[in-house]
Design a protein around this ligand. Structure first.
Ligand code: PMP
Length: 464
């Protein structure tokens, strides 16, 4: 045990000295994760945690899949690398497979990350309009609260102030409309009894920007990272109509919602729309290897070919679509199909949704929102005013879950004071016992949290 402690202390020292963590403040010391199996990860001290967010919404088939490791090893020793300037077998097979999954005809452009995939979408959309003699169409309209990536274009499309401040100016040509957020309707409407002003806002923005200047709109089927905002059923179909009317491309970001998370193969399948461009990453490989894809409708691709020999897409990405990542993705998709994990996602989502209902009796639980097996729990200080719960309360609940062996997430990050949505997105392969553990832990934490939350609020009131 002494040796293990010394080893850990030495690692922590190196961590503090050399490693720059993502997002985490400098003075925090995250745990060192050592291994993973199924829905569980183990830290260096041997503590086990249920990975309730599948890492960052991505390890959808669970940890420790040996057959994926084997597929990677076979591909590495057969052909570790060849750029997609040429072609290779796993790249071809994966592009064909994605067409099956998309249930439509698409051309697939591979990259490494969700951010990359969105940049490709923006560049292809702009070039497509150039080729059609409509070069003035270059703008993109996104939504407040949306997250579309960390690079200058994708961050431009992002609608979360806290992630953008200090890095501006970002890619130009991006503007934002209010999100479909029924719990706090930006238009003051009552859920279910409105005319979808949030969708109409998109058309208004296109008209005000000048439809001759707008190339596309980008949406996630459900805003995940910005607070799990599930739109009314007719929202996406209405956006599709608006896009058709104004010759604007509908880009759907499936980086989180894709590959079964939503309870269907892709999030947009829940709404019966056909996007012009679909971007995907995370669940494509269940994070076993970096890979992303931009699927472009066959019509859009044809419009490039018809524009002549000088009309190819001048975009290369060294690692994008490398054979190893493609082989990993193929094995990942094979597992999802063989184990019926799309259906499993819908089932575990329904189960969590129904067994979490008692949480709504808790004074700080304002609303629970679900999309397949992705869940958001909006915490408020007061159910009447809907004032967002304090950072102390949110952090306390997350810490309590962690102390009981459950890792959950939080988001909503857009303006200060609104980091008040707890998130859950467990591996789609979670066993019945795993799901029971998640629910029982949450019920216990919220059962115990009533007193804690009042203390936290009094403390806030006293200090404010
Ligand atoms: N789009 C969405 C909806 C995302 O959630 C993310 C990442 N959280 C991205 C794009 C960017 O993906 P990546 O981190 O792989 O660049």
């Amino acid at each position: 045990a002494m040796q293990a402690d010394e080893l850990k202390e030495a690692l922590l020292e190196k961590d503090r000295a050399y490693l720059w963590h993502h997002i985490t403040p400098h003075n925090d010391h995250p745990m060192i994760v050592a291994s993973g199996e199924g829905s569980w990860i183990t830290d260096m001290d041997g503590n086990r945690y249920l990975d309730g967010m599948s890492g960052l919404w991505c390890v959808n088939v669970g940890h420790g899949r040996k057959e994926i490791a084997e597929a990677a090893a076979v591909q590495m020793t057969t052909l570790a690398y060849s750029p997609l300037i040429q072609s290779h077998v796993p790249g071809i097979e994966l592009a064909a497979k994605l067409n099956d999954w998309l249930e439509g005809e698409y051309r697939i452009f591979f990259s490494n990350s969700g951010s990359d995939a969105n940049e490709v979408a923006f560049k292809i959309a702009r070039q497509a309009f150039h080729q059609r003699g409509k070069a003035t169409k270059h703008k993109f309209i996104s939504r407040h609260r949306a997250y579309h990536g960390n690079s200058m274009g994708a961050l431009g499309a992002t609608g979360q102030a806290q992630r953008k401040l200090k890095y501006e100016p970002l890619g130009v040509g991006f503007s934002h409309v209010p999100p479909p957020y029924c719990y706090r309707c930006p238009f003051g409407q009552t859920s279910g009894a409105c005319e979808l002003q949030c969708a109409q806002a998109y058309e208004d923005a296109i008209i005000w920007e000048g439809s001759d200047s707008v190339a596309g709109i980008i949406v996630e089927p459900v805003i995940t990272g910005g607070g799990m905002l599930v739109p009314p059923d007719s929202y996406l179909p209405k956006l599709r109509e608006i896009c058709d009317k104004h010759d604007v491309l509908l880009i759907v970001d499936e980086v989180i919602c894709g590959f079964g998370r939503s309870g269907q193969k892709f999030g947009h399948h829940n709404f019966g729309v056909r996007p012009d461009i679909v971007t995907m990453a995370k669940g494509l490989t269940s994070a076993y290897s970096p890979l992303s894809a931009t699927a472009v409708s066959a019509e859009l691709y044809e419009s490039f070919k018809e524009s002549g020999p000088d009309s190819h897409f001048r975009h290369v990405n060294t690692f994008g679509g490398n054979p190893v990542s493609c082989a990993v993705a193929l094995k990942n998709l094979e597992i999802i199909e063989r184990e019926g994990l799309v259906e499993r996602s819908a089932l575990i989502g329904r189960r969590m949704r129904s067994r979490m209902k008692p949480l709504l009796r808790h004074p700080n639980v304002g609303e629970i929102r679900c999309f397949g097996s992705a869940i958001g729990i909006e915490l408020v200080e007061d159910k009447e005013t809907k004032h967002p719960a304090s950072a102390t309360l949110v952090a306390g609940i997350i810490a309590d879950c962690k102390a009981r062996g459950l890792l959950i997430g939080k988001n909503g990050d857009t303006v200060p004071g609104f980091m008040n949505i707890l998130t859950l997105s467990p591996p789609l392969s979670s066993t019945d016992e795993d799901i029971a553990f998640i629910i029982d832990t949450l019920l216990a934490v919220f059962g115990a949290a009533g007193g804690t939350s009042e203390e936290g609020m009094q403390h806030e009131a006293a200090s404010g």
